[in-house]
Write a protein that binds this ligand. Structure first.
Ligand code: SIN
Ligand code: MN
Length: 208
């Protein structure tokens, strides 16, 4: 369903068995050898998510991408799994858009998790100018997702992103403000045995 030009919500995009497999992969990644962590951003505040970047590391101090986590532990960013890349490609295609993701930001939200309104604008100027989309996949507890305009003061729509939903914003919607005001605890499908929410946002830093 098109929310606004370039922004598409696909409720129930992923069947439960696919969600179970993705949750297992997310759990293994966030608690793996190169684990997720709570970023401290430019102003010195902690984010309200646990974050793990794949493919390219987003540095919360510089708002730039880099190959190693110089704002945290200096470890190399883990690779983007091939099946993540193809999942993002297929979801973008169903919105009529092309995406060859080279990075993913995997966030875990507990019951207190949230994310302030922001634009995703740290990818390359060419990628942003081309409107290459961000593909977001939600797993676990429902999120109250806020989707605004390209200016901070623009009106904001509220959407519920449920487990298995995909949300795509590209083209004229690529630089719209968005955020997560809250998580609705206990709403994850029981089969996932997940407390909280994983969100994966796939992006393409570079265009060739
Ligand atoms: C983000 O904006 O990076 C995350 C959005 C979400 O968790 O749905
Ligand atoms: Mn974002």
């Amino acid at each position: 369903m098109e929310i606004t030009p370039g922004a598409h919500h696909f409720p129930g995009c992923l069947p439960v068995d696919r969600q179970i497999a993705l949750v297992a992969q997310c759990r293994a990644l966030v608690d793996g050898a190169i684990p997720a962590y709570v970023p401290v951003v430019r102003g010195g505040g902690q984010m309200h998510v646990r974050m793990l970047c794949l493919g390219r590391h987003w540095n919360g101090k510089t708002y730039q991408y880099e190959p190693t986590r110089t704002d945290f532990d200096g470890l190399p960013v883990p690779p983007l799994p091939a099946e993540f890349r193809s999942l993002a490609h297929d979801i973008a295609a169903s919105a009529g858009m092309a995406l060859e993701a080279d990075l993913c930001i995997l966030n875990y939200y507990d019951a207190e998790g949230r994310m302030g309104m922001h634009q995703d604008k740290d990818e390359s100027a060419r990628s942003l100018a081309a409107g290459v989309p961000v593909v977001s996949v939600s797993l676990g507890d429902t999120a109250r997702f806020l989707f605004g305009g390209t200016r901070r003061r623009d009106p904001v729509q509220t959407l519920r992103l449920e487990s298995g939903d995909a949300f795509v914003f590209g083209g004229p919607a690529r630089l719209r403000y968005h955020g997560v005001s809250r998580i609705v605890p206990g709403t994850a499908p029981p089969a996932l045995e997940l407390v909280g929410r994983f969100n994966l946002t796939f992006r393409q830093y570079d265009v060739t």
